[in-house]
Design a protein around this ligand. Sequence first.
Ligand code: NAI
Length: 457
Amino acid sequence: MKVKEICCIGAGYVGGPTMSVIALKCPKIRVTVVDVNKEKIKAWNGPLDKLPIFEPGLSEVVKETRGRNLFFSNDIQKAIQKSEMIFMAVNTPTKTKGEGAGMAADLRHIISCTKDIAKYSKTNKIIIEKSTLPVRTAEKIKEILNSEGGDLKHEVLSNPEFMAEGTAIKDLFKSDRVLIGGDSTITGQKAMKKLIKIYINWIPKEKIITSNIWSSELSKLASNAMLAQRISSINSLSALCEKTGANIKDISLAVGMDKRIGPHFLKASVGFGGSCFQKDILNLVYLSNYYGLKEVAEYWHQVVKLNDYQKKRFSDNIIKNLDGSISNKTITILGWSFKPNTNDTRESPAIYVGINLLKKGAILKIYDPLVKKAQIIQDLNNLIKLDSDLKVKSSELISKVNVCLDIDSAINKTDAISIITDWADFKQIKWENIRKNKIPVFHILNNSNHNVYPDIN
Ligand code: NAI
């Protein structure tokens, strides 16, 4: 029997786009995306140009499917009861309290929606881990279902999401692979087949791979760790370039042309950001330590430490190049989202650079094509709250922040410009005028001392 009704708990950066694409590609399946956040659901049901997240191509998909076979709702109980298949795409941030704080994944939301499924279900469900989870989380989920779910027999599968923000729709249309992990029992295999039947509507068969549930859970952590490791590797070399006169762009090109290495993820930057890389690696470090693998834990921890070093190095370099003092100097930050084509600012390097500069007395002008003032101020305030060494009041720091509505006002009357996110919009800037006016520009990709002009071609 084909699945006719599915739901997804969590209407965020993963739940929204993935379910929109499933609804588009499987018009006979009714897809309901639910969330505890009322504002978010209201926005998903609102105007297409104001959806709660921005992804190129997303509004077109939502336009075609919303109200046809795609629905957004706060009625979690009803969605669980009606669905045969339930995806869990809730957030799994780093724990801030209790055992493993600062390292382990916080599974509060996963536990809470598992409990909801146990409580509301009246029929057997196929429950799918879409969130990124520590290896062996399915065991915990099953324990909760067994103890709180009565006599029902639910199946748990792992189907991690590999899409990247900024290209989510493109990635979902043409996934490199779809990974499904499940039990080797007859019911486990049946459940996996039902999920395969959904993806087979648009993903070539050879790209749908299956494994046991633990491999599937760990593959996602491994994949993010390897991607982040490449960024930290090239960033570590950018520091060496600055000491030796080598150019990191030349290094990336030369290294990436080796087929065994490949050209992707070899662009030096101010560091990786986003909600996933750091938390997933910290989780991997925690798990490695938990299993007594100290050397493995240390190896991966270094990827995050190097990323912190890179963000600090970038702001230190700005200060050094402005004669060692930036007190009351105006510095422009171009780009606030953690990468182009998204409005997501979680863990964006811009926040860390911004705070470092503010702490040294700078006045900031900030511009991002998508991120609004309220979000920028909230990001800065959140980081300020965590800074126990801070000697000045947060309001004093924030009073030096000017969020600009257009590029021109951001780059006029400034002492220096730093480009943090590579938005295509910044290529339109008349860099030759900036050069004429002798305004230093800091951009990690350019060259050794950062104080050169962007390669606008
Ligand atoms: P998000 O924070 O954008 O969305 C999560 C949503 O879940 C929120 O809207 C929240 O209100 C909702 N939620 C939390 N607990 C709930 C509950 N008990 N009932 C109903 N709704 C609840 O998070 P995002 O970015 O979508 O990530 C979700 C998961 O997917 C995480 O585990 C993440 O690591 C993983 N992931 C994220 C990717 C990304 O690019 N953002 C890519 C691949 C995986």
